[in-house]
Ligand binder design. Sequence first.
Ligand code: NAD
Length: 495
Amino acid sequence: MSCTKEHIFDSARDGKLVARALIDTDTMPQEEAFFDTLNPFDNSVIGQVQRCDTRHVNAAVEVARSCFESGDWSRLSPSERKIIMQRWAALVEQHSEELAALDCVDGGKPISECLATDIPESIQTLSWYAEAIDKLFGKVAPTGCDTLAMIVKEPVGVVAAILPWNFPALMFVWKVAPALVAGNSVIVKPAEQTSLSAYRLVQLAYEAGIPAGALSLVTGFGEEVGHPLGLHQDIDMASFTGSTEVGRLFLGYAAQSNLKGIVLECGGKSPQVIFQDAYALEEIADDILSAAFWNMGENCSCGSRLIVHRTIKDELLSVLKARLASWKVGNPQDPDVSIGPMVEQVHFDKVCSHLENAKAEGARLVWGGRLLEDGAGMCIEPTIFDDVTPQMTLFQEEVFGPVLAVTCFDSEEEAIALANDTDYGLAASLYTADVRRAHRVSRAIRAGTVSVNCFSEGDISTPFGGYKQSGFGGRDNGAEAFEQYVETKTIWYAN
Ligand code: NAD
């Protein structure tokens, strides 16, 4: 049965929400440990999450392997898998409000965003991959007449999906939809801060008819669950989204174990480059603000560096500040709130230390920077620092909070150099009315997605991922995502 958002908010208030492992086995240890999951706005306990460990990981891998070998899912025809995935998408749609409310209470995400963006895009992702899978063809190689060489794609086997906390439901389907529909058995590990929607999504998958062995959930901490998944000898591939620091560990896990395939989607420090010939600043202001502050800046593609031509900087900052005055900061359950709390205390403290450090290094605070006065929540106002130089930490390090760093340029070459002066390369935006400049600069910026005269991550049809230390080994989204989850086989016939 689907719940209303009020029902979820009430259950959260009563501390009654739950997420636990979903593994199709009756051999699991009886004693179970749980930890509290908190509402980041008031730090109240909203429910309990099972604290899995290596035993659960081993059980999940065994079940996943056995399901894969049985063919119950892996050898269904693509059109059969499609129908079941479509049923899942329809169930997720029926439970939209419930899933939106779970991500709101668990991650501190504004309910309006969860309802308008996260869950609709999650449904679209499930449907898109369901629809795509029976339209992919293999190849016949151009060999001589006396041979036939077919190049076919096959599921890799057992896939682990390790997720971050910033878009809990959406990151779940970005990984699971292409991996599962391609015929793999998938084991999902949500972030420990945000496991509630993952639990419901897997339950809905079972209701839709996905065999339990083909999709397992293991909840818990990175060291206790992510680590054994990374090192497991019988996992064929791990797809990770999270920090560059932990992503790096996964490459080590693969090297130390079975050379499993690794795909990483990691952090970013994305530039927004505004040329002096940009369209009317009033028209582009909302996109600039959305890039910087959407989801409290807890967004891997956050446009956290505003690189603006010196002659228009003051005017642009005035427009941005005027718009920001109407952004409401506070309880994410309030439909008018656009900036909720940081996801947890440790992260809040980290973002606050970036604010202090920026001032100490000489950046000039021109907007925001305050915390909520009544002490509720761990909310930080949208904040803008001007006079940020490339040597400053704020220019180089991912803050993952609502903090925009402003830097000026005088020439196109300088703008490109500033945009590329980062270890990251996930996304970028540029604003200019000159189509030739747009073409030149979009080619010169080293980033996985460059949006022109707007802020966008593309949509489900376009690949998403990073250059440099923003990613490794593949892309999420689009037909390209399938490449992560399939092996290529040559079948050679000769007379
Ligand atoms: P994180 O790296 O702390 O955690 C991500 C996942 O890894 C979690 O499930 C966590 O439990 C697990 N993990 C943590 N330590 C581990 C270890 N030692 N071994 C194995 N697993 C471990 O990241 P986060 O704080 O949840 O997410 C924020 C980061 O994610 C940001 O850097 C952000 O830029 C990035 N991100 C990237 C994308 C993208 O598509 N490129 C999308 C969303 C978020």
